[in-house]
Design a protein around this ligand. Structure first.
Ligand SMILES: C[S@@+](CC[C@H](N)C(=O)[O-])C[C@H]1O[C@@H](n2cnc3c(N)ncnc32)[C@H](O)[C@@H]1O
Length: 312
């Protein structure tokens, strides 16, 4: 049976315009019930609706609250530092290879925590432009508002991960891959194999057997919103296995693909977020040098045989 996240169902934007489409509570409740998730159905049942349509302002406020709680989780997991530790070496080898204008684009940035944290510390260097994109204009507006309030040099805009106009030296994301079906992942990665792009670094939940239990404890302790608690566990249940991720990432055929600290090298009790990394083959040696001892954590596509979890 498919695992659904409430946050994917309660809002609908046409990413091309972006125009908001009405979401009928009964449709969402029916989908959740059909998926056997009666608890999620009850959460949606309690949400305000007018003439059967979920109230947009209330949905928006809820999603901003949940993403703000998600930021706290990101802070606790040191997501910005983890990105910086990989992006620093990736950008260093890209600079050495002659790239002048460097740009990092965070896909599905939510309220923009990672991009804002990288901008606040300036850890990647003043020559690196930072941009966050998300298909939800409300989250983009909140990310922009926070960046202005914090006096940061970074930008946010609406974009669909599958129709990206924005060029990047490195594309990144955190907690986004599991929102896409295994079939859609290939086109997600392929779209980032474009001229001028040196690499991508996409962090998501490692699909261990204990990940849902860990997610339950973590989200119970750290999140107040029932939707956030529900979706946190659903995310861990939906997480793609290493095999699925690597097979999809290999569709970016101009990149060499690695997992960094992949599941089989970690304690299943601690495995949390780990990235799939794609990088131009000519930059791999330089990256290994720049990573130093940490290069041991890079495992190429030949080295991982974790079975894909059957789902959806
Ligand atoms: C779990 S949240 C992660 C947010 C943020 N990266 C973080 O770590 O806090 C997933 C985000 O992906 C966005 N998203 C989902 N599908 C997308 C798509 N096709 N294009 C762009 N953003 C998308 C959602 O709007 C949401 O903000």
């Amino acid at each position: 049976m498919s695992v659904l996240e409430i946050s994917d169902l309660i809002v609908a934007w046409d990413p091309a315009t972006p125009t908001r489409e009405p979401v009928f509570a009964t449709d969402v409740i029916e989908r959740l019930r059909c998926a056997g998730d009666h608890r999620a159905a009850r959460i949606v049942q309690r949400m305000p609706a007018e003439a059967g349509v979920l109230e947009p302002e209330s949905v928006d406020r809820l999603l901003v609250r949940v993403h703000t709680e998600l930021q706290r989780l990101g802070e606790e997991l040191h997501m910005a530092q983890r990105f910086a530790e990989l992006l620093g070496p990736v950008l260093a080898v890209t600079r050495s290879a002659g790239s002048r204008s460097l740009r990092v684009v965070d896909i599905g940035c939510g309220v923009g925590y990672v991009i804002r944290a990288l901008a606040a510390t300036g850890v990647l260097g003043a020559d690196v432009e930072l941009l966050g994109v998300d298909m939800n204009p409300v989250l983009v507006a909140e990310a922009s508002r926070l960046a202005v309030a914090e006096g940061l040099r970074c930008d946010f805009m609406c974009a669909d991960a599958f129709a990206l106009d924005e060029d990047a030296t490195v594309y990144i994301s955190s907690g986004v891959l599991h929102h896409f079906s295994a079939d859609a992942l290939a086109s997600f990665f392929r779209a980032q194999d474009r001229p001028g792009t040196a690499a991508f670094v996409h962090y998501d939940i490692a699909a261990t057997r204990l990940a849902p239990v860990g997610a339950w404890v973590f989200h119970r302790a750290r999140m107040r919103e029932p939707l956030g608690r529900h979706d946190g566990v659903a995310s861990a249940r939906r997480a793609h296995g290493d095999g699925t991720l690597l097979a999809a990432a290999r569709q970016a055929s101009g990149m060499e693909i690695f997992l960094f600290e992949p599941v089989r090298h970690t304690n299943p009790f601690c495995a949390g977020m780990r990235p799939v990394l794609g990088i131009r083959p000519e930059l791999v040696l330089g990256l290994r040098h720049a990573l130093g001892r940490r290069a041991k954590g890079l495992v190429g596509t030949g080295g991982v045989h974790t079975p894909t979890r059957a789902r959806r």
